[in-house]
Design a binder for this molecule. Structure first.
Ligand SMILES: Cc1cc2nc3c(=O)[nH]c(=O)nc-3n(C[C@H](O)[C@H](O)[C@H](O)COP(=O)(O)OP(=O)(O)OC[C@H]3O[C@@H](n4cnc5c(N)ncnc54)[C@H](O)[C@@H]3O)c2cc1C
Length: 414
């Protein structure tokens, strides 16, 4: 490696950090000497697929994105399993836990998020974990081999995926959720009850309107105590109640942070030598929990690191799917709605189908599809493009096929 090249150090070997490096290599391969530090002892993997790793639908090799060879072939120095513990902004150096001390010309922080652990008594007992990493999945799989009962706290997408995975691994799983319906951020009561019935048919026990007050156990967690006085015995408790940006390191070096590391539209922090991308950042008051905005941040940030930067990051609509085999669920955009919005709803309880489109004026701003999500991508395009749906409004819920220019004709003949 040339001694004259500027040095780029990346903290965080996850989806955002490495996507930024990939984009950078495409734009300006060879511009920097690149060093990557990762807290996890692996190459870079697809975190989204951890749910499939847990359920057994995918193996460890199938979720890897970049092996160690990938880094070596590109001359990138990878320190995996060695987190950065200090950033010295004045001297522009970082130091790792093992004592690796390197200088940088540009620093990229991509430390992601940490799972939220509810601050209840017993949260530190062995057997209480979040759901974020390969290690978490390995601990869940080990628990599934050794024990029988699990409780998952949190009935959002991640909690449902964790509960389904553990159940597929042979555990008796209770899913505990605070409100009276699952996925209350995404679904209305009708759709949530379709989902609840489906999960119960798969053998899951649901406890809705249930507030966790403590976890009990001596050597290891033995169960969850709820506010109504009931107790759910469990040898494994998975908390899936949300994430918080991992900003401890950034804060410790005096970088300006609020809920996340505050970045501008070029993903630059308040220190012009330091960029940040992914779930650790806060952009225009927003923090992130899905990968699509992270990809866009990586693209913009890479262009600035490559010195061809004219791009600006704008928060955009996001879409997400539940990754449970046999349950089709898709939501996109602003599926909550509110003042000034209208709902178009299709319910077919016998087929187990529920579709809700949220409209503002003549445009779709959000969509929730349960039981038949094949048109999810198309609705998402209409949302992103701000398409005027007036000509097809009366057929919109039936899907793309019925909204194509000749569909009315076809329908009339058929
Ligand atoms: C089980 C699961 C399922 C998901 N499913 C979906 C989905 O279906 N759709 C979707 O859009 N999103 C999904 N997500 C969210 C998605 O994975 C994240 O949005 C994405 O991983 C964010 O990328 P990131 O690089 O910011 O964080 P991460 O991928 O978490 O990477 C951050 C990395 O930084 C490392 N790190 C932290 N501190 C240090 C340090 N001091 N030194 C070195 N390294 C450090 C961490 O160990 C981690 O490896 C899911 C997440 C999980 C956990």
């Amino acid at each position: 490696m040339s001694a004259t090249r500027p040095k780029l150090v990346v903290i965080g070997n996850g989806m955002a950090g490495i996507r930024t490096v990939e984009e950078l290599l495409q734009l300006a391969s060879g511009l920097y000497d690149i060093t990557v530090f990762g807290a996890e002892p692996y190459g870079n993997y697809n975190r989204i697929l951890l749910s499939m790793l847990l359920s057994g639908d995918k193996g460890a090799d199938e979720i890897m994105l970049n092996t160690r060879e990938w880094y070596a072939e590109r001359g990138i120095a990878l320190h995996a399993g060695d987190p950065v513990v200090a950033i010295d902004r004045r001297r522009k150096r970082v130091r790792s836990r093992r004592g690796v001390d390197v200088s940088y010309d540009r620093l990229l922080i991509a430390t992601g998020s940490q799972p939220l652990i509810i601050p209840v008594p017993g949260r530190d007992l062995p057997g209480v974990i979040g759901f974020r990493s390969i290690d978490d999945v390995e601990r869940m799989l080990e628990a599934a081999r050794m024990h029988k009962r699990a409780a998952v706290i949190g009935g959002g997408l991640l909690g449902i995926e964790a509960a389904n995975g553990l159940s597929r691994r042979g555990m008796r799983v209770t899913l505990i959720h605070r409100t009276d319906s699952l996925l209350n951020q995404q679904l209305n009561a009708d759709a949530a009850s379709l989902l609840a019935r489906n999960l119960e048919a798969r053998g899951l026990t649901l406890r809705l309107n249930a507030e966790t007050v403590s976890l009990y156990g001596d050597e290891r967690v033995e169960g969850v105590a709820l506010a109504d006085g009931s107790r759910i015995d469990a040898d494994l408790v998975v908390m899936a109640v949300g994430v918080r940006p991992d900003i401890a390191l950034a804060k410790s070096c005096g970088l300006y942070c609020e809920n996340g590391i505050v970045v501008d539209d070029t993903l630059q922090t308040y220190d012009p030598y330091i960029y940040a991308v992914g779930e650790c950042v806060q952009h225009r008051r927003i923090t992130f929990g899905l990968v699509a905005p992270v990809w866009e941040q990586a693209r913009v940030c890479a262009s600035h690191l490559a010195r061809v930067g004219h791009r600006r990051y704008r928060s955009a609509q996001t879409a997400t799917k539940l990754k449970v085999t046999g349950i089709d669920l898709y939501s996109a955009g602003d599926f909550i709605g509110g003042a000034g919005t209208e709902d178009l709803v299709l319910r077919d309880p016998r087929r187990g189908v529920y579709k809700r489109l949220v409209l503002k004026g003549n445009r779709i701003i959000g969509a929730v599809l349960y039981g038949d999500a094949k048109d999810g991508g198309w609705y998402f395009e209409l949302i992103q493009d701000g398409t005027d749906i007036t000509p097809v409004r009366n057929r919109l819920l039936f899907g793309k096929h019925y909204c194509q220019p000749d569909a009315e004709q076809v329908g009339a003949v058929a």
